[in-house]
Design a protein around this ligand. Sequence first.
Ligand code: HAM
Length: 417
Amino acid sequence: MNTLRSIKGTHDILPEQSRRWQSLEQNIHNFMERYGYAEIRTPAFERTELFARGVGSETDIVSKEMYSFRDMSDTSVTLKPELTAPVIRSYLQHNLGRITPLTKLYYIDHAFRQERPQKGRYRQFHQYGVEALGSPHPEIDLEIIAIAYFSLLELGLENLTIKLNSIGSSECRTAFREALKDFLRPHLNDLSETSRRRFDTNPMRILDTKVPHEAEIVKSAPIIAEYLTSADRAHYEELKSGLKSLSIPFEEDSNLVRGLDYYTRTTFEIISPALGAQSSVCGGGRYDGLIETLGGKPTPGIGFATGIERVLLAQDAAGIIANPQNTKIYLISLDDPGRAANLVLISQLRNAGIKSDMDYLRRSMKAQFREANRLGAEFVIINGNTEIKAGTVQIKDLNTGEQSAIAPADLISHLLK
Ligand code: HAM
């Protein structure tokens, strides 16, 4: 019989990699704690309707990429393709806004999208992200972009580019959309099928086309900046001057629209040159209408999500490796009484907080020494009948080669010195 394999686009995180994941996750937990964000965890699946309403039924994510199925009660449910809509659902369900007028949340979680897998693009992937709910002011946009950028610097990423745009509030977008359609109409026959469909459903998405001849056409398209209301413009200007005062570099990109429908005003992406085709490591923006769309009272919000697999790929390219945490002690058993004594001793060492290991395969002394070296042990303890009779164990420092006898009762205080 064939052995079964994981589904295309999904990955096991094997023991040799899980240490890197743990270290990255710990880094993010500490980072968010410093910025005053609290962790939120939402279920792996939600009602399909949440994403259709929240992310937008015409987006690629909702129209093509979701893992949806009917459960036993015939409800259509979906493995979450992103985290913002579930976080807002939870915020509304538990009325988190009643506790503080500004709710600051973060998550480290998986998401599922049925995309064509390639390097940096998977069907189950992971994100860390934040959502700040309740403030319409540009200072929170600044904080969100600062978190996105500084957290990546702390994870060792280099040469990052922040692309920034303001797509304005919904009022100015109606006029812009019409102007854009007027501009695109004469080119309709030259557009791809996807873009022709988007012409009716979401013409702004055509602006970030990856098709070269379309990119050429949209170069002379009207730009959203010319349609911003004065309030939108003031918001954007204040954000940009805030970024400058924090020395956060950014490039304005008037075609940065993003593939999710909920954005208003600020949109941004962070690009890493280490990633090749899937170069966007982080994406986010403001979504002042989303909470209302999902049934809450009008509440502004802004957030971002960073792809963890992409961070790891960029770390690989920069040669960053997680520090291994070596075993401190390896206990070598010379015979049956030595093994019985070591089983007690290892329990005491571990309970005292000392990372220890021993042989469970009844191997030769030579093989046990080899194992101690493989684990990078600092010391070995050698225990057998002779040692038990003498009331001591042998302790050998593997760095210096020095060996001496010590009473088991003194071992822990000796090691913790
Ligand atoms: P997004 O741009 O769809 O935004 O995803 C954010 C990041 O997740 C991407 O920049 C990328 O690093 C990673 N990512 C997305 N799809 C995949 C994939 N198939 N494989 C690997 N990594 C992937 C959102 O998800 C929004 N919810 C972000 C947000 C939060 N906006 C406001 N708040």
